[in-house]
Design a binder for this molecule. Structure first.
Ligand code: AMP
Length: 426
């Protein structure tokens, strides 16, 4: 092998693609049911955007970004997450003037230079959603319900939804000093990196991968310092989730790794907990739109890791293991290709068609058709007026005039659905 994929990346081969598409489609259907509309943004943006939005002291900005200078001397960064880009696009396209709440969803690759391990890649994929334009707790409950519903459709029963409130600046201003004092009393237990930066953003301590709960338990909780408005907002979110029958657990240590969050934050787990096992995370970011230069506009978002969901997805017995083509066209000798391609054009109106251009023996081509579970294998020669139509399900063979291929395919499709219907009725 001369080349291999870069560390921390992976390929999705046709053997796995169906599992990926099923996950993406389940989320897409959920987004549609909740009236979210798609948005696509560039894979790279100005570095400043992420530094500002994700936070100068965040792990992402301090050590995980893929940043490069382009030939015009601009500093660009491969997106480590998509909320900042969506907000940039929301403002740049004047969507803040469209009125009402903008419910948006996206899917695509994200890039973080992190130590690759199970469930942690350098290029990974997220599906996510942003609901921009309201601070109603109903939006928080709705987006969490959406995630749980999409995961439920994918076979994840009883996921563990963790929620917390990181408050607004008013709450954090009350808390910061108390937290700083508490951290000062445990500095001996801090890793050098945390020691160097805890003063700049003390809340980051809860997000450090280096600490287990033992150090965190010695520190005061932000939830005890929430101002009344933040406390009421969080209480309402919880009430609504109870009303919607979405089970959740309060996790007072949950802060998330991105600085833009305010009030509600959440993570969704399946199975054993660990830094790598969150399937999804999200929260409110009521000040980000204004920080990016827009009007005061509260918002909430979520993003789910496709690799983690595909890998953790419970096995279902009915999973369709790779559908083959509906029609398999076999070429009888060289010179049959032109008519084979013409026959394929006709049959594509009725389903997928694979043309065998291998030049192999007819027997081998027929075996390939049946291995791929095609419904029919159609043998075409260079000039004859008819083709041989092998119905692989019924195990019979008929001659069909070349010009009558469409009629035959239509009849066959009709007969199949007729048999299915009468079976159902019986
Ligand atoms: P975050 O953007 O950090 O809130 O992450 C949201 C979700 O994306 C997580 O819950 C994971 O499922 C997924 N995720 C984040 N980072 C990675 C990574 N390096 N590799 C794979 N999945 C990731």
């Amino acid at each position: 092998m001369k080349y291999s994929r870069p560390r921390g990346t992976h390929d999705v081969t046709p053997a796995e693609i169906d599992r990926w598409v099923e996950v993406e489609r389940a989320f897409e259907r959920a987004f549609e049911r909740y009236a979210y509309r798609g948005i696509r943004t560039p894979i790279f943006e100005s570095t400043d955007l992420f530094v500002r939005a994700v936070g100068e002291q965040s792990d992402i900005v301090t050590k995980e970004m893929y940043t490069f200078t382009d030939r015009g001397g601009r500093s660009l960064t491969l997106r480590p997450e998509n909320t900042a880009s969506v907000i940039r696009a929301y403002l740049e396209n004047g969507m803040h003037r469209w009125g009402g709440i903008q419910r948006l969803w996206y899917t695509g690759p994200m890039f973080r230079y992190d130590r690759p391990q199970a469930g942690r890649y350098r290029q990974f994929h997220q599906v996510g959603a942003e609901a921009i334009g309201s601070d109603s707790p109903a939006l928080d409950a709705e987006i969490i319900q959406l995630v749980v519903e999409a995961l439920g459709e994918l076979g994840f029963a009883g996921v563990d939804v963790r929620i917390n409130s990181v408050g607004t600046e008013a709450s954090r201003a009350r808390y910061r000093g108390v937290l700083l004092d508490a951290i000062e009393s445990v500095t001996g237990e801090l890793a050098p990196e945390a020691l160097a930066r805890y003063r700049l953003n003390p809340l980051r301590i809860f997000d450090s991968k280096e600490y287990g709960t033992s150090l965190k338990e010695k520190l005061p909780l932000l939830s005890d310092y929430l101002v009344d408005e933040d406390r009421a907002h969080f209480a309402r979110v919880k009430d609504l989730m109870v009303a919607l029958q979405v089970p959740f657990t309060e996790d007072p240590h949950l802060v998330r790794g991105l600085d833009y969050y305010t009030r509600t934050v959440f993570e969704v787990y399946h199975g054993a907990h660990g830094a790598q096992s969150a399937l999804c995370g999200g929260g409110r970011y009521d000040t980000l739109v204004a920080e990016c230069g827009g009007p005061n506009t509260p918002a909430i978002g979520m993003s789910a890791g496709l690799e983690r969901i595909v890998e953790a997805r419970p096995a279902t017995s009915e999973r369709d293991e790779g559908a083959g083509p509906r029609y398999y066209i076999m070429c009888a000798g060289a010179g049959a290709e032109a008519r084979a391609l013409q026959a394929a054009s006709v049959l594509r109106a009725f389903g997928s068609v694979e043309v065998d251009v291998s030049g192999r023996s007819q027997k081998t081509q027929l075996e390939a058709a049946s291995k791929k579970k095609a419904r029919a294998a159609v043998l075409v020669d260079a000039s004859g007026p008819e083709v041989a139509w092998h119905d692989l399900a019924m195990r019979n063979q008929v001659r069909v005039a070349f010009g009558a291929l469409a009629d035959h395919a239509r009849k066959q499709a009709g007969a199949k659905s007729e048999t299915r219907r009468s079976k159902r009725e019986r």
